[in-house]
Design a protein around this ligand. Structure first.
Ligand code: SF4
Length: 418
């Protein structure tokens, strides 16, 4: 597979409604410049301007390797490892990584797939930290889950830490006279410790494809839901279930202990869903203005967005759903369809190449990739694979035994929901 050239020509193809020159004039400053304005083809790790915030203890020999050299070395290592290894690739990974994936999907589909691959001794998860943790929770005891760049996290997952959650839970316990009637629900995009918290406190995990069913389950267990870390998925799902904004409140964790998340007793007592004030920095970029511009340019356009987008964006779209839903929607659309998509650019770009008979473009004219997914550079992949060939497991993700137990309970509750 060849690298995708996301230069000006390609951006024009993906975003046929934008005035490219005008956008560059407006945004071409060092502060606002997006990687995709210059292309996201792989360059040597040493030349990556973002490398300063990436894992730095990779051996020097990998720093200068070109995309071609890396492709060759990864291919040789793969061959040597054979069926002992499976490589998983999240939809938001760059092309130079996704080409090696034995299986592509969203975070949960990948973890589930990994759990069925009992013969594989090593699972390299090309995605972000919480995904590799979920794979480790569901993996067999003798399997090793590896994250190529240990710094590939998720800014949304980082918005909900265990101490902040316990602090909030204690304050809520005082209001509700105990929390027997408050069901914690965590989005898959969260640390294993939060999944474990849910398992231990009668709660559950959800994904963007089953959030409504999971909330129905939660409301059978108790009166209220405490939903974290993504306020938008929680709010959008609440709306789909007929829950009004008056029955949802937003817990501002940044205020710290003793401030009731900026709410008061009355707000909380009338809430059916208490939303954690977290968001995805990629999906929060999509706006009503972008949708209006797309509809003006293409009256026939179908707008398709991810439920991590703001409620006003989801409401104005023709359809919303998980990455799996978006992939299926595009695959099943008729030839000649025009589809404007509100999700991460690597997936939109890939779909536009896989379906050249359809006009597929990203709603955001300054199309930034998810910066943490982007940290999985082929040099890291070459390093972890060649280490395995030499008999060393590097960057293994190993969830603590106690955390694993209750996290698995919360995941199993989700799996039991049909
Ligand atoms: S797209 Fe958003 S939610 Fe997904 S990994 Fe990136 S920051 Fe996290």
């Amino acid at each position: 597979m060849t690298n995708i050239d996301v230069g000006q020509e390609k951006i024009q193809k993906q975003n046929p409604y934008i005035d490219f020159e005008k956008v560059l004039q407006q945004f071409n400053t060092p502060q606002l410049q997006c990687e995709t304005d210059n292309g996201i083809a792989t360059i040597p790790l040493a030349d990556e301007i973002s490398f300063d915030s990436w894992q730095s203890d990779i051996p020097q020999e990998y720093m200068k390797l070109s995309a071609e050299q890396l492709t060759e070395r990864i291919g040789i290592a793969r061959q040597k490892l054979g069926s002992e290894l499976i490589v998983l690739g999240h939809h938001y990974q760059r092309e130079d990584i996704i080409q090696y994936a034995d299986y592509r999907g969203d975070s949960f589909a990948l973890a589930q797939y990994a759990a069925t691959q009992n013969d594989a001794k090593y699972i390299i998860f090309c995605g972000v930290h919480f995904m590799a943790e979920a794979a480790d929770i569901l993996a067999q005891p003798d399997q090793h889950v590896i994250l190529p760049n240990i710094e590939a996290g998720c800014s949304m997952a980082d918005m909900a830490s265990e101490p902040d959650l316990y602090s909030a839970w204690n304050e809520l316990s005082a209001i509700f006279d105990g929390t027997d009637d408050l069901i914690p629900v965590t989005y898959m995009n969260s640390a294993a410790s939060l999944k474990s918290f849910c398992g231990e406190h009668g709660g559950i995990v959800c994904t963007s494809s089953n959030a409504e069913k999971v909330l129905e389950w939660a409301f059978e267990q108790g009166k209220r839901v405490f939903f974290f870390p993504d306020q938008h998925l929680g709010r959008n799902t609440g709306h789909d279930m007929g829950i009004s904004d008056n029955e949802m409140s937003l817990w501002n964790w940044r205020l710290g202990p003793g401030r009731l998340g900026g709410l008061n007793r009355e707000n909380l007592l009338q809430s059916r869903i208490i939303l954690w004030q977290g968001h995805c920095s990629v999906h929060q970029r999509f706006s009503l203005t972008q949708i209006d511009q797309a509809r003006e340019r293409f009256p026939e356009v179908e707008i398709l967005v991810h439920p991590e987008c703001r409620a006003e964006v989801v409401d104005a779209a023709d359809a919303s759903g998980s990455t799996g839903f978006i992939v299926d929607y595009v695959a099943n659309a008729e030839a000649g369809s025009v589809i404007g998509i509100g999700t991460e650019i690597n997936l939109v770009s890939r779909l536009s190449h896989e379906y050249p008979d359809k006009t597929i473009f990203c709603l955001d004219p300054v199309v930034c990739p998810c910066s943490t997914m982007y940290r999985v550079h082929p040099a890291y992949l070459a390093w972890v694979m060649e280490s395995l060939v030499k008999g060393h497991v590097v960057n293994q993700i190993s969830v603590d035994k106690n955390i694993k137990h209750y996290a698995a309970v919360a995941l199993q509750r989700m799996l039991n929901i049909k």
